[in-house]
Ligand binder design. Structure first.
Ligand code: PLP
Length: 402
């Protein structure tokens, strides 16, 4: 930022791994008069989004929409299906998995936490092994994050489903897709997930404050016997009112207008194209990181995240000071670091409504900030990302010519 100036010209480069940048089209969709949430116009909107959101989770079953952040939808998934003292299986992939586990503890559940070094995703074999040991089928739910936002590791949901089936275990499968939904391929029905937890502020490109539970028939059946106390989070009232296009309480009408626009935008681009774009931008980012000679926190490529890349700084360099410098000088925000790696890495979010040039702007800002901060690195990260993106862009043209 220029010396002695209180104004930062141009747009802020929001490269935290969510909330992601708000598209103007969604902002405009929300910029509309408040309507009666018990009237016919609302009913039309609610029916549209309640059907539309199913296409994003890839389910034909109901999806509950909460006026709450993702943390609320975590709680909803647990309190609607489980009972006090129930055993569960969770995996310590990073900070967000740890927070969800803490919530389970505080609700009086008994989660077993499979440890990792916070540098990988969930190994299906570890789930299978733990479930095989539970001969009495005391474990009532397997809960993990599709994408651990704190570390940039994505876990293989379909393979984990297969591992649960291979163990012949009846536990419910609950998956947090808060930082992967509408950015990475996800199939609630096909992959046999019982509760999928989603959030508004990442792949859906909405402001924070809305979250989701997609629910299987098995989860609906489990809800009938669940004994954990619930009121606001109860699926029953929601499902009954949603059937006729209403909510049991005052819904976040403007967010629902935004959601309608978000669903339209995702289908106009095509979900497969959205996923391919995220994969491409993640790989371009990793090209840059490797060219800089820096280390990616996710240590096994099979777990690489399409939405966020965590970058370790060389020993002795403070990642928080680096983030502050980049913000002050180049108006770019990165995600912070957590836990045993606090202060050692920063996270580049590359999700939501972004394109090649926005990503390259962010990578250029990062390369300049590395230079300015005196962090040892090689030049050429942006060039490596550009070369990769050009090669990718040339592929369809080449394929058409062949
Ligand atoms: N789960 C994941 C994977 C997240 O990334 C986050 C937040 O970033 C949460 C849960 C918590 O969601 P919220 O902050 O919206 O309550």
């Amino acid at each position: 930022m220029a010396q002695n100036s209180s104004r930062m010209p141009g747009r802020h480069f929001l490269h935290i791994p969510g909330p992601s940048p708000l598209p103007d089209r969604i902002l405009r969709a929300m910029d509309t008069p408040i309507i009666d949430h018990r009237g016919p116009e609302f009913q039309k909107l609610a029916k549209r989004v309640l059907e539309g959101i199913k296409t994003i989770f890839k389910t034909t079953n109901p999806v509950i929409i909460y006026t709450a952040t993702g943390t609320g939808a975590w709680e909803a998934a647990l309190v609607n299906t489980l009972s006090p003292g129930d055993r569960m299986l969770m995996v310590e992939t990073g900070q967000f998995a740890t927070l969800w586990k803490r919530m389970a503890d505080s609700l009086g559940l008994r989660p077993e936490f499979i440890p990792t070094d916070w540098r990988i995703g969930v190994e299906p074999a570890a789930i299978e092994e733990a479930l095989r040991k539970d001969k009495a089928h005391e474990i009532k739910a397997v809960c993990f994050l599709h994408n651990e936002t704190a570390t940039g590791c994505l876990s293989p949901v379909a393979e984990i489903r297969k591992a649960i089936d291979a163990a012949g275990h009846p536990a419910l499968l609950m998956v947090d897709t808060i930082s992967s939904l509408a950015s990475a391929d996800y199939r609630h029905d096909e992959w046999g997930v019982d509760v999928t937890i989603g959030g508004a502020q990442k792949g859906l490109m909405l402001p924070p404050g809305m979250s989701f539970n997609a629910i299987s028939n098995k989860a609906l059946a489990a809800a009938k016997n669940s004994k954990l106390p619930k009121s606001f989070w109860s699926w029953d009232d929601m499902l009954n009112m949603n059937k006729i296009g209403f909510f049991p309480y005052t819904p976040a009408t403007q967010m629902l207008h935004g959601l309608a626009a978000s669903i339209d935008m995702l289908h106009e681009e095509g979900l497969d194209n959205v996923f391919a774009r995220h994969d491409r931008f993640a790989e371009a980012t990793r090209h840059a990181v490797r060219a800089w000679g820096l280390e990616i926190l996710c240590r096994d490529p099979k777990f690489y995240s399409p939405t966020v890349t965590a970058v370790l700084l060389p020993n002795g360099h403070d990642a928080d000071a680096f983030r502050n410098l980049a913000l002050e000088q180049f108006n770019i925000s990165y995600g912070t670091s957590f836990g045993k790696f606090a202060g050692k890495y920063f996270r580049i979010g590359h999700l939501g409504d972004i394109n090649e040039l926005m990503l390259l702007g962010a990578l250029a800002g990062t390369e300049m900030a590395l230079d300015l901060a005196g962090i040892p690195h090689r030049k050429g990260g942006v060039q490596a990302a550009m070369d990769y993106l050009v090669a990718e862009a040339a592929k369809p043209a080449r394929a058409a010519a062949e």
